[in-house]
Design a protein around this ligand. Sequence first.
Ligand SMILES: *Cc1c(COP(=O)(O)O)cnc(C)c1O
Length: 456
Amino acid sequence: MSTEYERLKQLDHRYIWHPFTQQKHWTECEQPLIVDRAEGFELIDVDGKSYLDGVSSLWCNVHGHTEPELMAALSDQAGKLCHSTLLGLTHRPVIELSEKLISLVPKGLSKIFYADAGTTAVEAGLRIALEWWQKQGGTASKQKKKLLSLGGAYHGDTVGSVTVGFLPAFHGSIEPILVPALRTPPPHMFRFYDGLSEADALTASIEQLDQLLQKEADSIAAFFMEPLVQGAAGIWVQPPEFMKAARELCRKHDVLFLADEVATGFGKTGTLFAVEQGQISPDIMIVGKGLSAGYLPISAAIATQELYDGFLGGVEEGKTFFYGQTFAGNPLAARVASANLELIEKRDVVGGLAARIETMTSALREKIEPLGCVDEVRQCGLMVGIELTKRPGERCPFLPEELAGWRVIYEARKRGVVIRPLGNVIILMPAVTMPLNDIERLVDVTADSLKAVLEN
Ligand SMILES: *Cc1c(COP(=O)(O)O)cnc(C)c1O
């Protein structure tokens, strides 16, 4: 390691508290990868070594890093306007982005509320849903104060979004201050924990949701779900029939349906948005991560006209939606997001997905599934979760203190690939435009690293 590396590492240790990171482990056990720049699908560290970006920089990157067309849009915009506000003013980049975005999302979604992160857009969505019922007037709609979400859901990290996305491992210590919310098990839980077949798990989870709604719908404002894939849970995949049934049940029981596409949006599941595979249109759809191709923070809660109309009234009526962030819809981010959407169309990114997914599927089948340390491989499009086991042929997860996932990803890093574990699951999430040979290299290195660390 160079002296420059050592200098930066010491400064990091002195000043920075990293998100989702045990700092004791970070400062005492880890050789941090210090990223200096990037090119295409490679991250390059301060000593000039390249690493394949195997998780698309936390599930965001769409066209690779330093994509010339995106850089041109960014630098042009930087010369014009870096920041203004959407509170009481508007600007060209966000207007142009909005027209484009509405043309791409499911029919019925027509009004875009911008935010600056996935979690603040989820928060906007849940506030719109809760406030909409309250603003309807009438005692029945005023009863609708609770939120409903899936077991194992993740929707971001503000207290509001944690309410619908509670994961005991992450949020146990703040449980007493969370807004009460109801949860219903997704098909994955019945399949993985109860051993039901795919078809029976689907039926069981739909039945459970139906029963809960029959009993509780009068008090429920909205149902939240990550369509097709619960990402942060460890890539829990559902058949598209689940969102379809959930959408119908919500309509039948007068519960708003919110689709959180922060992770699944912009091609990751094989279609531009996951909801397309269930042929549904939600009342609110949340987008983030890939909206600006993973370059700048911007997100949105996209709502129906009906929800929007519920907030209309005279200024004295108290119907205004009093919510927003300083940097919501930032011009630089909006401009890059427009360029991203144009590139997605111009390069037919969606049309190029099938070959990439096929390459991923066959590489996983050939290299990862046969390994003794692999319990199961879950895949939806280019979202992959590899569930580890200590004993071949049995379900026996590694304990957190064994750091199995971490040891695997450090080994992969030595071999020039960046990936990240989620507990007992190794996640692969290549950018949706990654070349086929890089997808193969990603799986090869993951397989070699699993073998080197867990099969000796
Ligand atoms: C990442 C993620 C979020 C949170 O987005 P941030 O930009 O990190 O706030 C919300 N929902 C889902 C499904 C996500 O994957």
